[in-house]
Design a protein around this ligand. Structure first.
Ligand code: CP
Length: 339
């Protein structure tokens, strides 16, 4: 098949440019896949998907691999060093070549967003950002679909994020900013917050969509009665921080049963973690394994969100979700399956 004969594709590079309608479709579609009501009809039969991870991954890589297979696609996997990128071929040339073979390329890199943009310099192969140094967009889709499944709505939920302002936090900020009525409070150690540019973009999106994204460093001033507490590993991608004494600075940001009790609602506050967790550092066992923890279900949602993303990228003309906005904005009960 020549490039000219290929169906148009959509890239998923950053939630900041995805658009609220597409985000809403993807979240609702993830919940549909989670309910096992759909997804076995092989909508991606005949498609070839590359999975290129230059960095380690347990959840995202497996989710995209299994998700692609469940949707009927065939996959080609590339690890670090497999492509000639590692010997100096340019990103643009690599993308141009691979787009002649593949319909989509799911990419994890520790590089900047610019690498994703360069890969997307062609339109014959969809590029999916499976985490760059700056953003982890498919994680945020899984996060919000986990919350939608649990609460049946997103529009009045308040999420408290505690820890480093990393790529997971950036994606979460962009996502929440595009859900009308939703609120995100990010509390990060001083010197380890989100980038100013990210906060500005999130603030602009929040203003446009009627949501709230706030950010501060005062761990002693946590909001009360939140719906979800969110933690991530402090050493993103396992990279040790070089700053002496950083552990001491992060210590008060550990999510403990006491912190959960302080910020929880009587009606039920949940705990989220994108995993991997460092038990005893970013979260204590009693929280991660406790009754409020949705972290394991959240990890499961990475499979469903991967399926939603691949379908969205490769079947752009399909009407994926008929009532996505209804599901985002109003109470709606979803059947939960815990496989
Ligand atoms: N949360 C997450 O992205 O996990 P992996 O690094 O294992 O893919």
């Amino acid at each position: 098949m020549t490039q000219e004969e290929k169906t148009p594709v959509r890239h998923l590079l950053s939630l900041s440019e995805l658009g609220a309608e597409s985000l809403s479709q993807l979240i609702a579609r993830s919940v549909e896949f989670a309910s096992a009501r759909t997804g076995e009809d092989a909508p991606l039969k005949g498609k070839y998907i590359g999975i290129y991870f230059s960095k380690s991954s347990t959840r995202t890589r497996t989710s995209f691999t299994v998700g692609a297979m469940r949707l009927g696609a065939r996959i080609v996997s590339f690890g670090p060093g497999d492509l000639q990128l590692s010997t100096g071929e340019t990103i643009e040339d690599t993308a141009r070549i691979l787009s002649g073979y593949l319909d989509a390329l799911v990419v994890r890199t520790n590089e900047t967003q610019a690498e994703m943009d360069a890969l997307a310099s062609q339109d014959a192969m969809a590029i999916v950002n499976a985490m760059s140094a700056e953003e982890h967009p498919t994680q945020a889709i899984a996060d919000l679909s986990t919350l939608l499944e649990k609460f049946g709505r997103l529009d009045d939920l308040h999420v408290l994020y505690v820890g480093e302002g990393n790529n997971t936090a950036s994606a979460l900020a962009y996502a929440v900013a595009q859900v009308p009525g939703m609120k995100l409070t990010l509390v990060t150690p001083k010197g380890y917050g989100l980038k100013d540019r990210t906060l500005e973009e999130a603030a602009n999106l929040a203003q446009l969509h009627g949501s709230v994204v706030e950010h501060h460093h005062r761990i002693e001033r946590l909001p009360s009665s939140v719906d979800a507490v969110y933690a991530t590993r402090w050493q993103t991608m396992g990279a040790p921080k070089s700053d002496p004494g950083w552990e001491k600075i992060f210590e008060p940001f550990c999510v403990t049963p006491e912190m959960m009790a302080k910020v929880s609602k009587d009606s039920g506050t949940v705990f989220l973690h994108d995993l991997p967790a460092v038990r005893g550092a970013d979260v204590l066992d009693q929280v991660l394994d406790g009754p409020q923890s949705l972290a394991w279900r959240q990890a499961r949602h990475k499979l469903y969100s991967a399926m939603a993303v691949l379908e969205w990228c490769l079947t752009p003309k399909a009407v994926l979700v008929h009532d996505a906005h209804q599901k985002m904005g109003q109470a709606h009960s979803f059947q939960q399956t815990h496989r």
